[in-house]
Design a protein around this ligand. Structure first.
Ligand SMILES: [Zn+2]
Length: 238
């Protein structure tokens, strides 16, 4: 099912996944929740890998203060909806990938419809309120959800697989509030987003060992990478 052009485009990664793994990527669809800092890198690397369909959801427009880290946008995009601008870039980058742009914020009302559009969900969000809505909906629908978050030079990644691992709410109180402006720098956002996509890539292709039931903590102040075991919380709705 891969075209001669795709076989050439992916020739450096097919030795890692095999043709079968590459076809799994092509058959897969991923909901990218937020195409800000994290989501820009996640969407870019998922498109580079050759994931068949990406659903980009973001209700924001591009602001000048985004350009220190949100690599899908240029000054020409200022004021434009991020989902639309990101979709244009990614279609030009890899025309083999079907891109759906949804210029909406994630809410209780639209989350089930959005999650049902894809096989997997990846977190490119910047706030806990929307993350918990997404985590619950993905768990309800049995969709693996890769959480990623950054704060300054630190970040974390958690792979949630319904029925196999604890969920995000096992670990963090749903009352968690997001600071108004999270400090963020491009290379660290890229590092954390890239780890999230690497875990999702392994989940889709079956190559390597996915970090299930563990939180990956990235501390770029000292360049430490830690993994912490997670336990299901008694009484959690998952
Ligand atoms: Zn839970």
């Amino acid at each position: 099912m891969l075209s001669p052009s795709e076989l050439l485009r992916y020739e450096r990664q097919i030795p890692i996944f095999g043709v079968e793994g590459q076809e799994r990527l092509k058959k897969a669809s991923v909901l990218v929740a937020g195409v800000g800092g994290l989501g820009s890198f996640e969407a870019l690397y998922l498109a580079a890998l050759g994931v068949g369909k990406l659903v980009l959801v973001d209700g924001d427009v591009v602001d000048e203060s985004n350009l220190n880290r949100q690599v899908l946008y240029t000054v020409d995009d200022l004021g434009r909806p991020k989902a639309i601008a990101a979709a244009e870039k990614l279609r030009r980058f890899n025309p083999n990938v079907e891109i759906v742009a949804v210029s909406e914020r994630i809410t209780e009302d639209n989350v089930d419809g959005l999650v049902s559009e894809a096989d997997y969900v990846i977190d490119g969000l910047d706030n806990w309120e929307a993350r918990f809505i997404l985590d619950r909906a993905a768990y309800r629908r049995g969709k693996p959800f890769v959480h990623a978050g950054v704060y300054g030079l630190q970040g974390q990644v958690i792979v949630v697989v319904p029925g196999e691992t604890p969920c995000l709410r096992c670990l963090l109180p749903p009352s968690l509030k997001t600071p108004a402006k999270i400090p963020a720098v491009g290379p660290v956002v890229a590092l954390v987003g890239s780890i999230a996509v690497t875990e999702l890539m392994k989940l889709i292709t079956g190559v390597g060992e996915v970090s299930k039931g563990r939180m990956i903590i990235i501390d770029a102040y000292n360049m430490d990478l830690m993994r912490v075991h997670l336990k299901q919380r008694a009484g959690c709705s998952c």
